[in-house]
Ligand binder design. Structure first.
Ligand code: ZN
Ligand code: ZN
Length: 343
């Protein structure tokens, strides 16, 4: 077959070779410029109707497919391109559009300018407006959070929110230090609930939630859920009196583990089951244990005051160095490391 236009030999459609066919039937109408909104805060690009974190160069073919439709009868047009940066927001694009049509590969080359338009993506716009749904309050029972706990809780929440932000458009709207604790304002109630549950189990606390209607969004009622995580009054190492018995707290997580200082037995408690327990002033240090007058008894010597006290824990007491808990009127063996500033 010969092309009726240029006389070249080869396959034809309607008497035209691919080159003449493409010239007579352009694949696309090249636009003078293609505008792409880019978030000023996070760099996301609006491609079609979605914000994406993709690199500009990788997003260009998708952007072109959305912005430069194929002319009938060409429904599926592919694009390859070369971009030359003119300035931070303008790129000269050399584009090759191609499609298959009745067994022919048709191509059309054109130039256009891609212009980045400063904008704000939906998550960033919400964040800037301090939007929030879920509130997570972290407090401790009968005390303020320690500086270490404040740091650890903030780090924990930030890491969890960062993870959620990568998977969906969640964000932390703001954090407020208040009433000896922290308030976290987060983008959704679902995130707030997950955070609260994970905080309660990681730091040992009870969890209560309440919700309040605060408005409508697209015809749906929107609630704000407040989750209160109340950390235990007790921390690892605390000595507590419960029902007349003294214990040391060896672990604080979903459950608290209390070790009886006399019997050495450990028991697990839910934080709320320890409401009646009180903290007792005590020191913990490594001391030398020496035999006392009695058969099995040993005495511990306070490393600073030199005071001596019989160790009243049950079981075989070895002589030598051991960590003891020292209260106002007794000494016990401890299962925890001593305070490094003593002994
Ligand atoms: Zn031709
Ligand atoms: Zn953004």
């Amino acid at each position: 077959m010969f092309c009726v236009e240029c006389g070249r030999e080869g396959p034809t459609t309607g008497g035209l070779c691919p080159a003449c066919f493409a010239r007579k039937h352009p694949l696309v109408d090249p636009p003078p410029h293609v505008d792409v909104p880019r978030c000023q805060a996070c760099g996301s690009l609006l491609v079609g109707s979605t914000w994406t974190r993709a690199e500009l160069d990788q997003a260009v073919p998708t952007i072109l497919r959305a912005k430069v439709p194929g002319r009938p009868p060409f429904a599926r047009v592919r694009f390859t391109h070369v971009a030359r940066e003119e300035d931070a927001n303008n790129f000269a694009l050399t584009v090759k559009a191609s499609t298959s049509h009745e067994g022919m590969e048709l191509v059309q080359d054109f130039h256009t300018r891609l212009r980045l338009k400063p904008s704000l993506c939906d998550p960033c716009a919400k964040q800037r407006s301090r939007y929030f749904e879920g509130i997570v309050q972290v407090r401790a029972e009968d005390r303020g959070l320690t500086p270490g706990e404040l740091r650890a809780v903030r780090t924990f929440v930030q890491a969890r929110v960062d993870r959620a932000a990568r998977e969906s458009s969640e964000f932390l709207s703001r954090v407020e230090a208040t009433h000896g604790g922290l308030d976290f304002y987060v983008s959704s109630n679902a995130l707030g609930k997950v955070l609260a549950r994970e905080l309660a189990s990681a730091f040992g606390g009870t969890l209560t939630t309440s919700s309040k209607l605060f408005g409508q969004k697209q015809g749906k009622e929107v609630y704000r859920v407040t989750s209160l995580v109340r950390l235990s009054a007790f921390r690892p190492g605390d000595v507590v009196r419960r029902k007349g018995a003294l214990s040391e707290v060896t672990k604080v997580a979903t459950f608290l583990v209390l070790r009886d200082l006399v019997s050495g037995e450990e028991r697990r408690f839910r934080p709320r089951d320890l409401r009646g327990a009180v903290r007792v002033d005590a020191e913990r240090f490594a001391a030398d244990l020496e035999p006392a007058d009695g058969d099995d008894a040993v005495v511990a010597t306070h490393p600073e005051t030199g005071a001596q006290r019989a160790v009243t824990s049950r079981g075989p007491l070895k002589r030598g160095r051991a960590v003891v808990v020292w209260t106002a009127d007794a000494a016990f063996l401890s299962a925890l490391p001593g305070d490094p500033s003593k002994g």
